[in-house]
Design a protein around this ligand. Structure first.
Ligand SMILES: [Zn+2]
Length: 483
């Protein structure tokens, strides 16, 4: 069937009736544009007798909405909205006014013999918006069509030789480590400190002026020792199979090492508590040696600098700082040197437990070749990652689910117990999204017949919340020397 836009008109009101739109029709149109190019796309979708309504309809079909309110209002006066149609088809946000428009749409003119509902200025504006929408789609990665169900990712999991695993806070929440940005996360828990921005506790400038700000909360992010989750062990399993190219972790808890991921396979993008360095002379020690200071909310002091501390010096003089990357510090050089080579080799990207909000790590999916499959394992979908499949739920459950499908055994001590559960994969309303649920979860289909697919993700969200159990003391001013 020809994809040309067919716009009807109400015989009584004269209003235009837009064809129904859906995620499927948007994906089809984007695929057509990327596959066949601009000329074929416009020829196929636009009729010969063109009105501004067709231009607007095409912008929406590509998944965008126009920004100009006046123009939207004028358009709405001429449109009928059929019941059941999505009020807003945009799934990529409004069009930015700063994008360049490089494609020439000028040959598509409204037939001068027909009366267009909009003024020529408004029509010109719409054409510019269509150009922006087209440019954006052309620069966008489209999901690979070969992955329609989680089971379809098993062959690639089994055959991939160079997997990049990108991990975030979500892989450690099952161990009681709070994530940073959720409503129950670390930044919410320190909001009462009265900082302009809770992220300031990790500001290098503030540490330089007053390291006690960091040491008053550092115990909250100090990792318990020698722990790892089934998900961390799943990464070790990929390493044992020889298919792990690298694990880029945004976490500072060092749990990947505890699970046995080799040093050379691991890039701790934001550093870790594994080592600490004197802020003044650069003396370095094992991070564990300042753990007791951190727990007591004391400043750990460098033995080489302690005697030179005095009130005329900055408060950070001679203070040891864990080698976690603060805001204002550059990422470890290892991140940049390895990433460039790894991106060329990578044949599968697994993003796990991350909402991809912190650059430059969040840019890794965009830097990969478009033809490299990428899967998300996370509590919530991450729309800007353009993943081929989104597996939603608890990261540990999904790791066990995939391992069972692959006939793998995760090297963790409770594997037998984890494998004894059934795991259900449920299609979510969002495109390419599936929830993975364990059979002891009350929302497992057999446990709760009234549970609907749409409820699943929100239920998982509430179950993975971390209880607030720690109070914050802001008086970490005393210092203690490290020998
Ligand atoms: Zn020192």
């Amino acid at each position: 069937m020809s994809p040309v836009l067919r716009i009807g008109r109400n015989a009584h009101t004269g209003k235009y009736i837009l064809p129904p739109s859906s995620h499927e029709s948007t994906e089809q149109a984007r695929t057509f544009l990327k596959t066949h190019g601009l000329k074929s796309f416009l020829d196929a979708y636009l009729p010969e007798q063109l009105t501004s309504i067709h231009i607007y309809c095409l912008i929406r079909l590509l998944g965008f909405e126009i920004k100009n309110r006046r123009l939207l209002w004028d358009l709405s006066r001429h449109l009928e909205t059929p019941r059941g149609q999505r009020a807003n088809n945009s799934n990529s946000g409004p069009l930015s006014s700063t994008e360049s428009a490089s494609h020439n749409l000028s040959k598509y003119r409204v037939n001068s013999s027909s009366k267009d509902p909009l003024s020529s200025d408004q029509l010109a504006r719409l054409i510019r918006d269509l150009q922006k929408a087209i440019n954006r789609v052309l620069s966008m990665r489209l999901p690979l069509s070969s992955f329609s169900h989680p089971s379809s990712i098993i062959p690639i999991l089994l055959s991939a030789k160079n997997i990049i695993v990108l991990t975030g806070a979500g892989v450690s929440t099952s161990l009681g480590i709070p994530d940073f940005r959720s409503s129950e996360g670390f930044y919410s828990r320190i909001r009462h400190l009265g900082l302009d921005d809770p992220q300031d506790v990790f500001s290098l400038d503030i540490f330089r002026k007053d390291p006690s700000v960091f040491y008053s909360i550092a115990h909250l992010v100090l990792p318990p020792q020698r722990m790892f989750s089934p998900l961390h062990a799943f990464i070790k399993l990929l390493q044992d199979r020889g298919s792990l190219l690298r694990n880029y972790t945004q976490n500072i808890d060092n749990f990947e090492s505890h699970a046995g991921v080799d040093k050379d396979k691991l890039v701790q993008c934001h550093g870790s508590f594994a080592t600490a360095t004197c802020f003044t002379c650069g003396w370095k020690i094992a991070g564990e040696r300042i753990y007791s200071n951190i727990r007591k909310m004391e400043l750990p002091l460098c033995p080489h600098c302690i005697d030179k501390r005095n009130p005329s010096k900055p408060k950070s003089f001679g203070v040891l700082k864990p080698d976690i990357t603060f805001f204002g510090e550059s990422l470890p050089s290892r991140f940049h040197s390895l990433l460039r080579k790894d991106l060329e080799k990578c044949d599968l990207l697994l993003c796990i437990g991350t909402s991809l909000k912190v650059a430059p790590v969040s840019d890794i999916p965009k830097l990969l070749n478009d033809n490299v499959p990428r899967f998300l394992i996370n509590r919530d979908p991450v729309s800007h990652g353009q993943f081929d499949i989104n597996l939603l739920g608890l990261c540990d459950d999904t790791a066990v689910y995939l391992s069972k499908l692959c006939n793998w055994k995760i090297p963790c001590k409770n594997w037998q117990e984890l494998a004894s559960y059934d795991y259900e994969c449920i299609k979510e309303p969002q495109k390419r999204c599936f929830s993975i649920i364990r059979s002891d979860n009350e929302y497992f289909p057999e446990n709760n017949k009234i549970a609907t697919n749409a409820k699943t993700a929100s239920q998982l969200e509430s179950e993975s919340k971390i209880e607030e159990n720690t109070t914050v003391n802001t008086t970490a001013t005393s210092g203690s020397k490290i020998n």
